[in-house]
Design a binder for this molecule. Structure first.
Ligand SMILES: Nc1ncnc2c1ncn2[C@@H]1O[C@H](COP(=O)(O)OP(=O)(O)OP(=O)(O)O)[C@@H](O)[C@H]1O
Ligand SMILES: [Mg+2]
Length: 264
């Protein structure tokens, strides 16, 4: 059984107000079917506007496709009762690019990381504190940070906090949507190393969405290239990046600083 299966996903957005004439439409996802196995990091690359984030949102259930099905852990997301869907969702987490807007600035780091635990596990306040402090240590921060607020952290540290929250429930799949793109290169490497280490330690699977083939090459096991709402190329072995044929893949490849791969 595959961890994730997308079958014939299509999504069109309608733009403009129908009162003021004909609405324009944007085909964000034309037709996508793909399968992801457990323990794998699938890199999803493509130019801006190619539909990567839309696909991520559909998997997370934040957007509904016009057509198609999302199967996760052998169950179709659109055939589940609310309670079953909630249980399934604990295995599906996300880390977005903007680490600042992903956290509520009024909450302490302890409250931010505890949010999924409060939704799914009934822990006493002592157990919760212990768990949050363990998570802070796992992502390379100090247990004392539990009492601090988001403004007291750098972007890289805040992204570690977002990662701590994402792994709190030991999910099966984490969608990383441009999760390192806003960070400077050295911090990117540190976060990518942390993600690689967590993947092994907790048997995680990642959908690593990025426009940066270099970062994808650093962490992903497989690669899907998106263009205009479709997957136009698929690579099972990232050692063979030079085999990429599609013009858009070549364009992404040529934007990688030489010498690729492994410059990071
Ligand atoms: N809520 C929305 N309403 C209308 N159009 C949208 C919406 N979300 C996305 N789109 C459009 O769908 C297309 C795909 O957008 P999407 O955000 O998925 O691209 P992306 O590959 O993630 O781009 P980027 O690399 O810039 O993040 C774009 O043309 C975008 O303008
Ligand atoms: Mg995007």
């Amino acid at each position: 059984m595959s961890l994730l299966e997308l079958k014939g996903i299509k999504k069109t957005y309608l733009l403009g107000n129908p009162v003021f004439g004909k609405r324009k439409s944007v085909e964000a996802i034309k037709s996508i079917s793909l399968t992801m196995e457990e323990g794998v990091c699938l890199g999803l690359v493509g130019e801006s506007g190619s539909g990567k984030s839309t696909l991520g949102k559909i998997i997370l259930g934040l957007e509904k496709p016009d057509q198609g099905e999302v199967w996760f852990q052998g169950k179709s997301l659109y055939c589940l009762k609310a309670k079953e869907l909630k249980e399934l969702r604990r295995n599906l987490q996300v880390v977005f690019q903007d680490c600042y807007s992903s956290v509520n600035p009024r909450l302490t780091i302890g409250e931010i990381i505890a949010e999924p635990l409060r939704n799914y596990e009934r822990l006493t306040s002592v157990q919760e504190k212990k768990k949050v402090q363990e998570l802070l240590e796992i992502v390379g921060l100090c247990p004392e940070d539990i009492r601090k607020y988001p403004y007291q952290f750098s972007g890289g540290q805040l992204q570690r906090i977002n990662i701590a929250r994402a792994i709190a429930l030991k999910p099966k799949l984490i969608i990383l949507d441009e999760a390192v793109s806003a960070l400077d290169v050295l911090v990117q490497v540190q976060i990518l190393n942390l993600l690689a280490q967590l993947k092994e330690e907790f048997q995680l699977s990642y959908l690593f969405i990025s426009h940066d083939l270099q970062a994808v090459n650093y962490i992903a096991d497989r690669l899907a290239v998106m263009y205009n709402g479709e997957v136009v190329e698929w690579l099972d072995d990232l050692e063979q990046l030079e085999r990429l044929k599609h013009p858009v893949s070549k364009k992404l490849l040529s934007s990688v600083l030489p010498p690729y791969p492994g410059i990071l």
